[in-house]
Design a protein around this ligand. Structure first.
Ligand SMILES: Cc1cc2nc3c(=O)[nH]c(=O)nc-3n(C[C@H](O)[C@H](O)[C@H](O)COP(=O)(O)O)c2cc1C
Length: 386
């Protein structure tokens, strides 16, 4: 087991997964992902969540090592998502006297995944309920739809630890040496982005707790500078831009729209834009482009017209932005078409359905390849974007 210290009586028993090709069958995780799980050793012993079925055996070995021969009294289920709850039945059968702690919604969901008998084993908690373990006490805080309906977090009052479920999680195994914010932001917007209001509700409740340690279900345990992480979560869940910058996201079949997107980036940089990021929606990691769209305050959408519509990767991108409640940004459009360009009209129609969007004109319309007139329009657009 990895030597990751939470406190003397709270042990980390999670596992790293470096073999997974795509997390949730869609997110690349170049540095893997961790499934975190914890044990609190007191008069009573509690296991906080389990792990993905991919790693049950390794996790069980970690658990046994941490238990040093003791039994499990409680299993707390923060939510039923399989990357954390898939090993629940194995654990419940291995420790048949352990009681399972969840809320009413958790117990509605358990039988959808497992067939084991819950009779006499349920501890049903609701907002503010506490579970005394001896010198430690868990206080439960409901966090519905962050990002499953039954999600709850637990605050351990004696050591001031927030077991934050997927909140404050990130992609990347625990042995990955990488910036926290980059992979936490990509994780947040793609997985929880739709639920900003619910995250705000949880942050408001958390503000009333004196938190010294955050134990998330993915990524590192946070022990220092907690205001930094909580501040970022506040910005993200309010859908406020984190940085000033312009993302130019392009969807190009043969490269002409790509060339125009790069030309606009050059013009913006020449005019002193502080940060310009260009993304190829056909090839770049979609989750990262979504992350950047939320990170920066301005977005330029550039697409080729395709079968009287927009090139599909742009359609896909806009679908994701809509699903994640993209809002509060400035957006501009560039389109391309060889006979009847209409990508801008279609993209605009979609974006106008988002909240608090300021459209920046003019639209750049390219017919096949960029010409001098297009460059002049781009200059004007750049001025209006800056
Ligand atoms: C399958 C296909 C469908 C297309 N449909 C349209 C269309 O409906 N209207 C149009 O004006 N151009 C259409 N085009 C042409 C492209 O939009 C045009 O050539 C554009 O310049 C491509 O830009 P790109 O070099 O960035 O891919 C289509 C091209 C392809 C390959």
């Amino acid at each position: 087991m990895k030597d990751i210290k939470v406190t003397d009586s709270v042990k980390y028993i999670g596992v790293d997964d470096h073999d997974i090709d795509l997390f949730e069958s869609q997110y690349v995780v170049p540095n893997g992902v961790s499934y975190n799980s914890y044990v609190i050793l007191d008069e009573k012993v509690v296991v906080m969540d389990t792990v993905d079925a991919r790693k049950t055996d390794e996790w069980l070995a970690n658990l046994e090592e941490a238990l040093e021969g003791r039994n499990v009294d409680y299993i707390v289920v923060s939510h039923m998502e399989p990357d954390h709850a898939a090993s629940l039945q194995v654990l419940a059968e291995k420790y048949p006297e352990a009681q399972i702690v969840g809320n009413a919604k958790t117990f509605n969901m358990i039988p959808q995944f497992f067939a084991f008998d819950l009779e006499g084993r349920k501890v049903v908690v609701k907002e503010g309920d506490t579970l005394s373990l001896g010198s430690h006490t868990l206080q439960f805080v409901m966090a519905p739809m962050v990002h499953w309906p039954e999600v709850m977090v637990a605050y351990e009052t004696s050591e001031k630890i927030l077991f934050s479920a997927d909140g404050f999680g990130k992609f990347g195994a625990l042995d990955a040496d990488e910036d926290w914010a980059c992979e936490a932001r990509r994780y947040y917007f793609n997985i929880c982005g739709k639920y900003g209001v619910q995250v705000q509700n949880l942050l408001k409740k958390a503000a009333g707790l004196d938190i010294e340690i955050i134990c998330p279900l993915h990524g590192p345990i946070l022990k220092e500078n907690l205001g930094y992480y909580i501040g970022l979560y506040d910005t993200w869940s309010k859908y406020e831009p984190e940085d000033k910058g312009i993302l130019i996201a392009y969807a190009s079949i043969h490269g002409n729209t790509a060339a125009a997107a790069k030309k606009l980036a050059e013009i913006l940089e020449a005019k002193g834009a502080p940060k310009v990021v260009v993304a190829d929606l056909s090839r770049d990691d979609m989750a990262e482009v979504i992350e950047d769209a939320f990170r920066y305050d301005r977005l330029v959408l550039a697409a080729a017209t395709y079968d009287a519509g927009i090139f599909p990767c742009m359609e896909d991108f806009l679908h994701h932005l809509k699903a994640k409640n993209y809002q509060k940004r400035k957006v501009a459009f560039m389109e391309n078409g060889s006979w009847a360009p209409m990508a801008a009209k279609i993209m605009k129609g979609i974006v106008e359905g988002f909240k608090n969007i300021e459209i920046v004109d003019p639209v750049v319309t390219i017919k096949s390849t960029m010409n001098d007139e297009n460059v002049k329009t781009m200059e004007e657009l750049a001025d209006n974007l800056l």
